[in-house]
Design a protein around this ligand. Structure first.
Ligand code: AP5
Ligand code: MG
Length: 217
């Protein structure tokens, strides 16, 4: 049975960083709903404008839209042998949709919590910078680029700072996470599908734990 690896964790915990490493090293595609919506938000359409506003506010996009996008994306050919979900599910409705999807696709759900205490998250998020070309994730405190402000792999490209990575918005995002998403940890724990890794250590140490878990189960 192929696995749907569900990376769970608070905003800034390191889901995207780990999902990118998993994709690179296992070949399974990373499906980040946050990245998909940030790409969609670049258009000049009423829907893009709405998505931009919701993301910038740190609130959640409607379940209907998220579910439609995940359904379409995960039924593509490259997901046949499993995939990595980064930032989905985030609500009970989304988790229930994923149960159905997993049955239809013949996959098993394998949830991994990247566990980081809230007090460390603000610095991770405020310090984050990303490359708009390749998506590489940096941090001015923990993983600075070789040259300030530009991607190591695309030196002609200025790194970007997300509109929701401010102290004020991180507070809202954490409240949203606490209310809507954290209950899903119990949901997966009750059915013995939740695996926890200590996300406070360096990126490679966190990755090694995730890899061990995925291989051993
Ligand atoms: P999304 O993009 O998913 O944001 P998030 O959940 O808030 O998570 P982040 O991307 O901020 O953090 P991350 O855990 O990926 O951390 P990262 O690896 O980058 O969603 C954004 C918005 O889109 C939502 O608010 C919502 O509006 C919408 N949305 C998305 N999905 C949705 C859904 N399913 N339903 C409804 N709405 C949805 O790391 C963070 C920083 O820390 C980086 O700088 C990194 O370099 C650094 N770092 C990572 N690991 C370490 C480490 N081990 N040590 C030190 N630094 C580290
Ligand atoms: Mg992310």
């Amino acid at each position: 049975m192929s696995k749907i690896i569900v990376l769970m964790g608070a905003p800034g915990a390191g889901k995207g960083t780990q999902a990118r490493l998993l994709e690179e090293r296992t070949g399974l595609p990373q499906i980040s709903t946050g990245d998909m919506f940030r790409a969609l938000a670049k258009a000049e359409t009423p829907l893009a404008e709405e998505v931009r506003a919701v993301q910038a506010a740190g609130k959640l996009i409607s379940d209907d839209l998220v579910i439609r996008i995940v359904n379409e994306r995960t039924n593509r050919e490259d997901c046949k042998h499993g995939y990595i979900l980064d930032g989905f599910p985030r609500t009970t409705a989304q988790a229930l949709m994923l149960e159905k999807l997993a049955v239809e696709q013949g996959n098993e759900i394998f949830a991994v919590l990247v566990d980081v205490p809230y007090e460390l998250l603000e610095q991770r998020a405020v310090g984050r910078r990303s490359c708009p070309v390749c998506g590489e994730i940096y941090n001015i405190y923990f993983k600075p680029p070789q040259t300030e402000g530009v991607c190591d792999l695309h030196p002609e490209t200025q790194l970007t700072h997300r509109a929701d990575d401010t102290t004020e918005k991180i507070k809202v995002r954490l409240e949203t996470y606490e209310r809507e998403t954290r209950p899903l940890l119990d949901y997966y724990a009750e059915s013995k599908r939740l695996h926890r890794v200590d996300g406070t250590r360096d990126t490679e140490a966190v990755y090694a734990d995730i890899e061990d878990l995925v291989k051993s189960k």
